[in-house]
Design a protein around this ligand. Structure first.
Ligand SMILES: Cc1cc2nc3c(=O)[nH]c(=O)nc-3n(C[C@H](O)[C@H](O)[C@H](O)COP(=O)(O)OP(=O)(O)OC[C@H]3O[C@@H](n4cnc5c(N)ncnc54)[C@H](O)[C@@H]3O)c2cc1C
Length: 399
């Protein structure tokens, strides 16, 4: 009887594991995701700032999976996991497994406050969230174009959190607004993006050179950066920072932190403060050796014992490592220790401008933008090619 591997989450981590495992016909693989597409979060900033259309930021999961004889895709939402019974609980039935790979990512952490504020906030980690943000801004800009009076009114956006995603969104949106206002000969003096950084700088923890470049670029774009402050409280239209300054806002985006996806809340294993599952050196849950955890859902540490930031590249690496270890365990071979590391960071800084940190070399501007685009395409194009092959296969079967 074939060994049943269930992968929860069809994004960077889940797809990497699925592709590696699909090479072993003795395995039966089920990939489950709440969406029938893989959203390319790393291109979300382009969608928010209207530099790309939404179909450029997705890969169809049914079409992708159709390429592999031993892979089945299920478009379903996971309710919870029962590890004792080796069962995934789904709203419309259950799914059993022999080995489980959890690749459920993380969700934007919501600010603890009056729930009415949520009408004025949104996260950028989902296609829905990114589209909502984009449509909201398009709408606001349209109103300003129509009405000279409205164009003169202040419009404030707060972005809480100045890590990679907060900085990319702030720079992308401000660049978009500046360009839009210039093209339509409107004054953008009344539009402000406030980026709130809890530490002394944006991109805390990154290379000082990259921090310097990003800070300079944000200033040039006229993003208002508030350092060493956090949002202390918010009501419907005003945020109070810990340094007591008050910022009125029309829209707020939280990019200040993530937490585990709700269906993992009842999964009773060791987790860190961010709700990420603590894994052993082979990427298995410390309690269940038939459960691997990869991507943003897992708490990784590097060789020096330091926590690794959640990124698409660590999600892909961990997916491949977990899949290799799963195969090794089935072939009774010793498992290999995961050596997770960040190869480099590419940060989009609005328009055709980016900064790249490869450890031994840093560069920025248009060349860095071209390299970032190349990295994105080298990831997306093979998946699109496979999805288009899978789509043809599905359709030829239906005729
Ligand atoms: C704006 C932005 C920019 C970024 N830029 C970069 C960058 O330049 N470089 C980089 O390396 N990283 C970047 N990141 C981080 C990167 O996108 C994440 O680290 C990466 O997406 C993690 O991949 P993952 O596979 O672990 O999880 P995710 O990509 O979060 O995917 C989780 C999957 O699980 C599914 N899922 C969740 N809950 C359920 C459920 N209950 N039932 C069924 N399915 C479920 C989701 O639908 C999703 O498909 C960026 C993130 C953001 C938000």
């Amino acid at each position: 009887m074939s060994h049943h591997v269930v992968i929860l989450g069809g994004s960077y981590g889940g797809i990497a594991a699925m592709r590696r495992l699909s090479k072993y016909p003795e395995l039966k693989i089920t990939l489950i995701d709440q969406h029938p597409y893989h959203f390319l979060q790393t291109e979300g900033y382009e969608l928010i700032s209207s530099n790309t259309s939404f179909e450029e930021t997705i890969v169809s999961l049914p079409s992708l999976c159709a390429n592999f004889e031993n892979v089945t895709f299920q478009h379903r939402t996971v309710d919870s996991i029962n590890p004792q019974k080796k069962v995934i609980l789904l709203p419309d039935g259950n799914c059993t497994y022999d080995t489980l790979i959890i690749a459920l990512g993380s969700v934007t952490k919501r600010f603890k406050c009056d729930t009415t504020v949520y009408n004025y906030s949104s996260g950028a980690k989902s296609l829905r969230g990114a589209l909502r943000l984009n449509q909201f801004f398009q709408d606001e800009l349209y109103k300003r174009l129509e009405s000279a009076k409205q164009a003169k009114e202040n419009f404030n956006i707060i972005i809480g959190g100045a890590g990679l995603s907060g900085v990319e969104i702030a720079a992308g949106m401000q660049h978009f607004f500046n360009r839009y206002y210039r093209t339509n000969t409107l004054s953008c003096a009344t539009l402000h993006i406030h980026l709130i950084a809890s530490r002394e700088t944006v991109l805390n923890g990154m290379h000082p050179h990259i921090i310097k470049i990003a800070t300079k670029r944000l200033k040039k774009l006229r993003v208002k950066v508030h350092t060493q402050s956090r949002i202390a409280s918010i009501d419907k239209h005003e945020a109070v920072l810990t340094n007591e300054s008050k910022i009125p806002f029309d829209f707020m985006i939280f990019a200040g932190g993530t937490t585990s996806t709700p269906c993992l809340e009842t999964f009773n294993v060791e987790k860190n403060k961010k709700g990420q599952i603590v894994v052993d050196k082979y990427l298995r849950s410390k309690t269940y050796d038939n459960i691997y955890v990869i991507g943003d859902a897992a708490a990784f540490i590097n060789k020096r014992g330091k926590p690794l930031p959640p990124t698409a590249q660590t999600a892909i690496q961990s997916g491949e490592i977990a899949a290799n270890n799963l195969i090794r365990s089935l072939h009774n071979k010793p498992l290999k220790q995961a050596n997770m590391h960040i190869k480099g960071i590419a940060i989009a800084l609005g328009g055709k401008y980016a900064a790249i940190d490869l450890g031994f070399i840093h560069f920025h501007g248009y060349p860095a933008y071209l390299v970032k685009k190349l990295i994105e395409r080298l990831y997306k194009w093979p998946l699109w090619w496979l999805a288009s092959k899978g789509f043809t296969k599905i359709n030829s079967c239906e005729i």
